[in-house]
Design a binder for this molecule. Sequence first.
Ligand code: NAI
Ligand code: 15L
Length: 267
Amino acid sequence: MNRLLVTGAAGGLGRALRHRLAPLAQTLRLADIAPIHDPAPHEEVVTCDLADRAAVDAMVAGCDGILHLGGISVEAAFDPILQANILGLYNLYEAARRHGQPRILFASSNHTIGFYKQTERLGPDVPTRPDSLYGVSKVFGEALARMYFDKFGQETALVRIGSATPEPENHRMLGSWFSQDDFLSLIGAVFRVQTLGCPVIWGASANTGGWWDNSHLDWLGWTPQDNAEAFRAKIDARQPRPAADAAVAVYQGGVFTQYPIYQEERA
Ligand code: NAI
Ligand code: 15L
């Protein structure tokens, strides 16, 4: 494609993936509210608050695809979530509608379904069970994307990312881990496939201890290659197994199920 917009480009995943996204587009438009450093010749930098409608419109103009990583990525007080993940999503989809409906990969989260137990296996159509205001905002994003698909044909991959870290860091991540290589190959498949629609995709590696079923995605041509099980011995050696009744061992969303409702933004 000509130009791929990457929102949240200054964040953890944006920084980890940025240089490896270059083959996907002639130009990467990197956007964030936070500074983005050292743009390469094929990179454009845009400073944009997702809550600023006019700025989002300008950010989306001229893009052929959007990797939407931007927003609040953990539990927080409602106001910042409202601005970035709810108002921000509306602004993004309205801008996309005005600018030729570029395909979108929406970084949704396992926290849309975090109250399911780790003993359960989930397909793409289970009712959502968000574990936090953050999870609720991702459910909103998925619903908004689905409405823009049904009403206007706007295509979006609703990628419910598990835990996208370089390595699985704890026992819960033996189920939820999503390697950066597998995420990268998924991004490639989403932007390459002829017809995408608006599928729910579990953003997880091929973990032996995984909880999520992606067998509805045969048509996508994407097969995750990594497996958190390869790190089990390392995790066992580094930390004790959590108690069987601890939230991190019971719920797919782990500790997010235990957070209070924050009244102000955490530092
Ligand atoms: P991050 O918090 O490191 O990056 C998010 C970026 O969004 C930050 O650079 C931040 O400045 C930017 N941002 C926040 N509010 C903004 C606003 N109002 N306007 C513009 N930009 C704003 O998060 P990370 O880990 O890189 O995750 C990327 C995306 O993937 C997030 O949407 C997150 O919810 C989702 N995700 C990530 C997972 C992970 O394991 N890293 C798991 C599940 C979902
Ligand atoms: C997420 O949605 C968060 O963005 C990330 O920071 C992790 O907490 C991840 O989920 C997880 O559940 O491990």
